[in-house]
Design a protein around this ligand. Structure first.
Ligand code: ADP
Ligand code: MG
Length: 283
């Protein structure tokens, strides 16, 4: 769906249609990603195959340096796989597109633009009229609960607020996939929990596929329908865990037997992978 096609509709996608989500299918077909040549050669991601269904919330969990960002960047179109291909809704990813919104750990808002103008940036580039841009901006400002700070600049906001604006800015392009690279990694624990709940609320209203990278086990289980655990470098998905916990997720889930069992499973996988990476680096 292009921005222009959706711009006049003020409600988030799922509420507009009331239909089953049919956009945001991600297929990673035999993707391998390496950097450099000769003595600089570095295999970052081993051959990976993955199918993500429209509307699914998938977390990629793994130790630092295992290739999580590299894999995510190949879906974003910032990196071309050395082998294989990434498809979104059947089309090969050949570069970045507003159809695949990205949110990074570092706040990547335009510091010289107000909150409102940051969110309106994508729709403006897409050629929408001022009134269409401002209606989209208002929709997403209220979705993230920040209508009252529309005219502030990023430097005047807390880290958590900046990340909410970053999410709104990505969503204002009506993407079919939202890609998030440790988006809450720089936030304090309390803010992080609130952001997780807020994101789940947005996700359930918007009906969008989310691919979320984290090294935090609790975060991955709390958010995801599926947790993909990656091995130490060169990264490969070693476990595809279904998270069968009820939604809406409640922070009290952290003491639920199923949550604890999943956490133990993830922790032991991550621990053995981190040990491997540590030993390799010390040889
Ligand atoms: P993670 O996000 O899991 O911490 P990354 O995907 O950032 O890991 O990195 C995986 C591996 O790929 C690392 O060995 C890293 O040094 C390497 N790498 C990532 N990006 C580049 C790049 N642009 N050029 C060369 N090597 C890279
Ligand atoms: Mg990373």
């Amino acid at each position: 769906m292009t921005v222009a096609a959706t711009a006049v509709v003020k409600m988030p996608k799922k509420q507009q249609t009331g239909k089953k989500i049919d956009k945001g299918q991600v297929s990673i077909n035999s993707v391998e990603i390496s950097f450099g040549k000769g003595s600089d050669y570095n295999l970052a991601v081993q051959e990976t195959n993955l199918e993500i269904k429209p509307g699914e919330f998938v977390c990629i969990l793994g130790p630092s340096g295992c290739g999580k960002s590299t894999l995510l960047n190949s879906v974003a179109g910032y990196i071309s796989p050395t082998k294989g291909q990434v498809l979104v809704d059947g089309s090969e990813v050949k570069g970045p597109s507003p159809d695949r919104g990205m949110v990074f750990q570092q706040y990547s808002l335009f510091p010289w633009k107000t909150v409102k103008d940051n969110i309106a940036f994508g729709p403006k580039i897409a050629g929408l009229s001022d009134s269409e841009c401002s209606s989209i901006t208002n929709t997403f400002l209220s979705m993230i609960g920040l209508s009252n700070i529309a005219n502030k600049y990023p430097a005047e906001l807390s880290g958590g607020m900046q990340q909410r604006v970053g999410i709104a800015r990505a969503l204002a392009n009506y993407p079919s996939v939202l890609l998030m690279d440790e988006p809450f990694g720089a936030l304090d624990a309390q803010t992080r929990l609130m952001m997780q709940e807020n994101l789940l609320k947005i996700w359930s209203e918007f009906g969008i596929t989310v691919l979320f990278v984290t090294h935090d086990v609790d975060e991955a289980i709390f958010l995801a329908d599926r947790v993909l655990v990656m091995s130490a470098s060169p990264g490969a998905i070693i476990k595809d865990l279904k998270v069968d916990l009820p939604r809406p997720r409640d922070p009290d889930l952290a003491t639920d037997d199923n949550f604890v069992a999943l956490k133990k499973q993830c922790l032991s996988l991550i621990r053995s992978e981190s040990m491997k990476a540590f030993e390799e680096h010390n040889h």
